[in-house]
Design a protein around this ligand. Structure first.
Ligand SMILES: Cc1cc2nc3c(=O)[nH]c(=O)nc-3n(C[C@H](O)[C@H](O)[C@H](O)COP(=O)(O)OP(=O)(O)OC[C@H]3O[C@@H](n4cnc5c(N)ncnc54)[C@H](O)[C@@H]3O)c2cc1C
Length: 535
């Protein structure tokens, strides 16, 4: 007899697992399935096959304010074994002339660091931070924690308050326009763009100017998971088990089964039918969900056109150089800045705002730009990630997926490029000349091989361009976690508010699915419209 659940989730990354745990807590019997050997998706930590006990975080490592996320408390993840570390010197950009631009968890220290580059920029930072704290608290954070409003409704509500109008005004700019208009020092401009813009949105696009002041005002700092990123995945799995859910790994779906117009289950690639009484939710990308898993006849022409028009981020793919070390990197700049010995995220190769257009040009041409990279030495903060006497460190660089027009080029270009990164790293940390015991690289193509939902290596699973934001993410008509097929929902990074380890697509999808099932999500924040009204 076919197995039957209340619901089935395809893809047991963190978004799928968060959705599953909330639904389980509401009394539903839910199954998640994943093609990989382990659940967690981007929350991946692997043991080095040549060095037992040495752990590498091959996907997400820097996690922004996880412990402040409502799901972290609601799902009792601390009790389930999650633990986070938030180093005080959160980010340091080391310039080629040995200076350091620093972001601290303490804003006053950040302002002091900016002041060493430009007094005026330090004052500007404080002004924008003060102005944006209420906008982040009253508008942007509540928006992330709720299913998105229709764009016209959102705009009309924002127009009603001073804070809302200010947000609309600033967001009409592109991030590049914003930093060029507001800040004067080219390294500060570059640092602000890198830290926020380049990592998430196309810096040239109007509509995202508010990302920079929102970053300055946000209490969300980079954290890391003790024991490796996968430790958070294990805690989520325990939360799912505690809520009565089942997780099946190494299980590939063949199709979403639709009967009488409603999604009623999954057929696996081995031909097994798993039934779902109420829903199927997909945390995969739109191509996988609607093209690979749905019969063509079930996808109307206009929906197919929207999927074909869906875009992935040109600038998101990452190349990684991973090292096993005898000792942590020791940066030459620490002679002038001793605090760098405990810097968490370190940015190298970035001096000037004018490097950005050049990086974009290289991505468009499928060529490798001069290296700008960022990374960390996890074992400095969490010795459990390597045996005594050993350390791990990594650097990431944004590089094009279609290298020389073909992603397959990565398999022959990767080692040479790893060496280019190591050369730059050694110029800043000369001790790496002797300290490296082992290394390996991972390319944007490897990302897609591991996690095919990250098509073209796009770790955010969908551009924020092409109108693919808010209620229109992934596309018009599917931006409320519901799809055109009754009973079929979306819950992954292709939905609002997008990629990275935020858990919010899963959190918001849980609100929508429970509401559709007539179950009140009593843990959910109060109505977004009412909150906007009170700003
Ligand atoms: C190199 C790299 C570095 C990153 N660094 C950071 C970082 O520092 N901070 C941060 O916040 N984010 C980072 N990210 C991004 C982050 O990992 C993703 O945005 C996040 O994992 C998306 O979560 P998700 O749950 O939506 O999808 P995923 O985590 O990708 O989970 C999707 C799941 O679906 C499964 N799946 C895929 N296809 C199928 C299929 N056909 N059938 C069944 N299952 C399937 C996958 O195996 C996976 O388990 C990084 C990503 C990469 C690649």
């Amino acid at each position: 007899m076919a197995a039957t659940y209340d619901g089935i989730i395809v893809g047991a990354g963190h978004n799928g697992l968060i959705l599953q745990a909330y639904l389980g807590k509401a009394g539903l019997k839910v199954l998640s399935i994943d093609r990989a050997e382990t659940a967690g998706g981007g929350l991946a930590t692997m043991e080095n096959p040549r060095h037992p006990g040495v752990l590498h975080n091959t996907h997400a490592f820097f996690q922004r304010a996880i412990t402040a996320m409502p799901w972290y408390a609601d799902l009792d993840l601390k009790r389930h074994g999650a633990e986070f570390i938030e180093p005080e010197l959160n980010v340091a950009l080391l310039t080629s002339d040995g200076r350091a631009l620093e972001w601290w968890t303490d804003i006053e220290r950040t302002i002091a660091s900016f002041g060493k580059f430009s007094r005026r920029d330090a004052d500007t930072l404080r002004r924008w931070r003060d102005e944006f704290v209420p906008i982040v608290d009253g508008i942007l954070m509540p928006e992330g924690l709720s299913p998105p409003l229709p764009p016209e409704r959102r705009r009309a509500l924002l127009q009603k308050s001073v804070a809302g109008r200010r947000l609309l005004e600033v967001s009409a700019l592109s991030p590049i326009e914003f930093v060029r208009r507001e800040f004067e020092h080219p390294t500060i401009q570059a640092g602000l763009l890198f830290f926020n813009g380049l990592r998430e949105v196309d810096l040239r696009l109007p509509g995202f100017g508010h990302h920079i002041p929102a970053l300055l005002a946000s209490p969300a700092k980079a954290q890391m998971s003790r024991g490796g990123s996968a430790a958070l995945a294990r805690a989520l799995e325990r939360a799912v088990a505690a809520s009565g859910g089942d997780i099946r790994v190494a299980t590939e779906p063949k199709r979403v089964v639709v009967e009488n117009g409603k999604a009623i289950g999954i057929e696996t690639s081995s031909g097994e039918l798993i039934r779902a009484r109420h829903f199927v939710a997909s945390s995969l990308n739109p191509h996988q969900t609607f093209v690979d898993l749905l019969d063509r006849a079930l996808v109307p022409r206009e929906v197919r056109a929207r999927i074909e028009a869906f875009q992935y981020n040109l600038l998101a793919p990452l190349f990684a150089l991973n090292l096993v070390l005898r000792e942590p990197p020791r940066y030459a700049a620490a002679a002038r800045h001793p605090e760098l010995a405990s810097a968490f995220m370190v940015i190298l190769g970035l001096d000037h705002v004018d490097q950005f257009p050049d990086i974009v040009r290289h991505h468009e041409a499928g060529t490798i730009p001069p290296t700008v990279m960022w990374g960390a030495c996890p074992t400095l903060f969490d010795p459990s990630q390597a045996p005594d006497g050993l350390h791990t460190a990594f650097m990431w660089e944004k590089l094009p997926y279609h290298l020389d027009g073909d992603a397959a080029s990565w398999d022959r270009a990767r080692d040479a490029h790893g060496q280019v990164m190591l050369d730059l790293w050694r110029r800043h940390a000369p001790n790496l000349g002797d300290a490296v015991i082992d290394s390996f690289t991972r390319s944007p193509l490897d990302t897609e091989r591991d996690l095919p939902n990250m098509r073209e290596g796009d770790l955010l699973v969908g551009a924020f361009a092409n109108g693919q934001v808010g209620r229109n993410r992934p596309f018009i008509g599917a931006g409320h976690y519901r799809t055109h097929v009754p009973g079929l929902y979306l819950c992954g990074s292709s939905s609002h508010p997008g990629g990275n380890i935020t858990g919010l697509p899963g959190y918001n999808a849980a609100q929508v699915i429970l509401t559709d099932l007539g179950i009140k999500p009593d843990w959910a924040p109060s109505d977004l419209e009412a909150r906007f009204g009170s700003v």
